[in-house]
Write a protein that binds this ligand. Structure first.
Ligand SMILES: [Zn+2]
Length: 403
């Protein structure tokens, strides 16, 4: 109880603190709007497209390692040059290939009853099963099938991050994340090329030489999310004890600034509504599409995470150009889960993970069809609106301004 309340106060203090103190007399009226204006649809799409050249980026394969290298090179090209890697070992044997999930999906359409979903959610109305595709031959494009042919090997793993160092509080940071690995023998364009590209775009904007932040921001691209977020867990295990330590003493350098909050991005594109009674899903983004910001009501820092979620919702109201955002209490099944009992943690998604994604609302989820070509500009625009929301929320929290 005490920890929750203390942290709630910390978030409130952050809200009224840095942005009020760090704006200079001659700064533009609203630097956040200037920064949000540096995001655009074509650049976001191009970053997703770049990630899809590595197939489904499945962990434990050469295509996954090549994607980590590419992401690191991109971050450095944006000016986020202090890239580092977490190294860990993942030794579990992969599942052997099995029958296509499509057959399982077709045989298990449910309607009417309310069932329990993940994260405390309940599934209502039409639901479809969400069985990951584990059959390489289910990919109908021969070139992509060949690209995804290698199966994972147990052993060492790496994931990359870079950091915007704060000018007034380099010892404190926000962790902004997405998972770069995928599965399903497609291109993992939505899950999670869309979130990875979002984090990379934020790294690009914040790393511009004319941008200053009071607090630090770390941009982390987790590996091994799809096997149970072992990459994020390795980060927490290795880095949590280092928080806030100046190294070397007196240097002003903090290899692991103290964590203030963690913001995760996982599947940002598709919000086409509930499946129809015949099991089909609408071909177009629904007019009611929104960005779903979730916290976990059972987390140790639930109260502060809830406040953080509403801060991001307010950022959406003020800065997102096309789609609104909504807050829910059932964050689950993503890298932010590993942070939620240590700091306030939220995730941004295309749909609620439990009630909607978990009910089969996205037919490309973990399927060979999760390809760049499966999404329209209206889908990509939902991801762009999530990027606008996160950029604005983090810019306010970190006290961003223009030189
Ligand atoms: Zn994901």
């Amino acid at each position: 109880m005490n920890a929750v309340w203390t942290c709630g106060l910390a978030v409130v203090a952050v809200l009224v603190g840095p942005s009020a103190h760090s704006q200079e007399q001659n700064a533009p009226a609203d630097p956040v709007r200037v920064l949000v204006g540096r995001l655009d649809l074509e650049t976001y799409k191009a970053t997703i497209k770049g990630l899809t050249q590595f197939g489904d980026r499945r962990e434990g394969t050469a295509r996954n390692r090549a994607a980590v290298d590419w992401i690191e090179a991109q971050l450095r090209s944006y000016g986020c040059t202090n890239t580092e890697r977490i190294k860990y070992v993942y030794n579990s044997a992969p599942q052997p290939p099995q029958q296509t999930a499509a057959a399982a999906r077709a045989s298990a359409i449910a309607s009417g009853e309310i069932r329990r979903g993940t994260g405390g959610s309940r599934l209502r109305g039409m639901t479809l099963p969400v069985v990951p595709n584990n059959d390489p031959d289910a990919q109908t494009d021969p070139a992509l099938r060949a690209r995804n042919a290698e199966l994972p090997t147990p052993g060492p793993r790496e994931e990359v991050y870079c950091t915007k160092v704060g000018t007034t509080r380099p010892d404190e940071m926000y962790v902004v994340g997405a998972h770069m690995d995928g599965r399903g023998f497609g291109e993992a364009a939505d899950d999670d090329g869309s979130g990875t590209a979002l984090v990379m775009e934020l790294a690009r904007v914040f790393s511009s030489p004319d941008v200053v932040t009071g607090r630090s921001i770390r941009f982390a691209l987790w590996n091994n999310e799809e096997t149970g977020h072992q990459g994020a867990r390795a980060y927490v295990a290795q880095r949590a004890p280092l928080q806030g330590k100046e190294d070397p003493p007196g240097s002003g350098r903090y290899p692991e600034p103290r964590w203030l909050a963690m913001i995760q991005h996982d599947m940002m594109l598709w919000d086409h509504g509930m499946p129809r009674p015949d099991g089909t899903v609408g071909a177009a983004q629904r007019p009611e599409a929104d960005v779903n910001i979730e916290f976990q009501s059972t987390a140790k820092f639930a109260d502060a995470a809830m406040k953080l979620a509403f801060l991001f919702r307010d950022a959406s109201e003020t800065y997102a150009t096309d789609y609104p955002a909504a807050v829910g209490p059932h964050m689950s099944n993503t890298d932010s889960s590993d942070f939620m009992d240590l700091v306030p943690a939220i995730s941004l998604r295309e749909n609620e993970r439990g009630m909607q994604i978990g009910a089969g609302w996205n037919p490309h989820y973990h399927q060979p069809t999760d390809r760049y070509s499966s999404y329209s500009d209206r889908d990509f625009r939902l991801g762009l609106n999530a990027a606008q929301t996160s950029l604005a929320g983090i810019a306010q929290l970190a006290g961003a301004r223009l030189k």
